[in-house]
Design a binder for this molecule. Structure first.
Ligand code: G3H
Ligand code: 13P
Ligand code: ZN
Length: 308
């Protein structure tokens, strides 16, 4: 099947109280691991490409890898999405390059500028049938072009105004998640009353949760056991993600867990096989680790198994 946009995926997810996993891709092994998992679980999937991934791999390479994946798994609905698009120009390049969905991230801008930039992307994307995700509120932590020390949670009334004025198709909200492996100093806490209010004020509207890795401790422990230094890493508990998925969150973003699964596997392999230097010897189990992590997440967190 050709690449699809997320419209039907999200409509079904919203009605069925589950979410679609949006997994960040940077190279062939990651794409293969995610696609093997989605095919095994018979789940729709979003492959998302950040500005950093475009810079690392090249948009052309990534799109050819995705094309190859579509050929290998014709029954899996796949959407290719630009993650945290920093500018109109990058969104335009991705739309022209065949992406079926883009995110314009104006969350760091003053409100009126975020509205104007998002609307500019929507006006370009919609005639070409491309979906637009936008962001309102600020996640603490570091993204490639956006740094924020403090969370600025999404204001529910502003969210309604923003969606109405921009025409964006889905909205990433800030309710306490953050990017990376260190999400909470103490107990994990998300502002579910705020999510409920936003969801009620925007009925039938797909919300997006960024910074939603659960940072499985098994990978943290493996990394640290084999020479890593990722002490104190903490993610969003899985039951909170499932709860969010039942409250209008249709897209759950995962990057950090992929990095951890891959790196834990490679660290272990290098320690246990110091004589090996064929990249295929360690990338094969690393790809398998990504596949197993993604399959479990699709099954137990997203709830999207069997929905392809
Ligand atoms: O939200 C950020 C994603 O994890 C992508 O990270 O910009 O380092 O590729 P990146
Ligand atoms: P994590 O860092 O929690 O995996 O979040 C990824 C993300 O939001 C990508 O946009
Ligand atoms: Zn993000």
């Amino acid at each position: 099947m050709p690449l699809v946009g997320p419209k039907e995926m999200f409509a079904n997810a919203y009605a069925g109280h589950y979410a679609i996993g949006a997994f960040n891709v940077n190279n062939m092994e990651i794409i293969q691991g995610i696609m093997e998992a989605a095919a095994q679980e018979k789940s729709p999937v979003i492959l998302q490409v950040s500005a950093g991934a475009r810079k690392y791999a090249g948009q052309g390479y990534i799109m050819k890898l995705v094309e190859a994946a579509l050929g290998c798994y014709p029954d899996v609905p796949v959407c290719v999405h630009l993650d945290h698009g920093p500018s109109f120009e990058m969104c335009r390049d991705c739309i022209d390059g065949g992406f079926t969905s883009v995110m314009i991230d104006g969350s760091h801008l003053p409100y009126e500028e975020n509205v104007a930039l998002t609307k500019q992307v929507v006006d370009y994307a919609h005639p070409k049938n491309v979906w637009v995700e936008a962001e309102l509120g600020k996640l603490a932590g570091v993204e490639e072009h956006v740094q924020s020390k403090e969370h600025v949670y999404t204001d529910p009334d502003q969210a309604v105004d923003f969606v109405k004025r921009t025409g964006c198709d889905s909205l990433a909200i800030a309710i306490g998640t953050s990017h990376g492996a260190y999400k909470f100093k103490g107990d994990a806490q998300l502002d579910f009353p705020r999510l409920e209010t936003i969801s009620n004020k925007l009925p039938n509207y797909p919300l997006v949760l960024h910074g939603a890795s659960s940072v499985p401790q098994e990978f943290v422990e493996l990394c640290n056991k084999y020479g890593g230094q990722v002490g104190g890493a903490k993610g969003v508990p899985e039951d909170m993600l499932r709860k969010a998925a039942s409250m209008g969150v249709c897209k759950i973003n995962v990057d950090t867990d992929i990095r951890l699964a891959l790196t834990a596997s490679i660290r272990q392999y290098f320690t246990e096989h110091p004589e090996q230097f064929d990249p295929r010897s360690y990338l094969k189990p690393a790809r398998e680790a990504v596949k197993n992590m993604v399959a479990r997440k699709i099954r137990d967190v997203m709830g999207s198994s069997g929905k392809a």
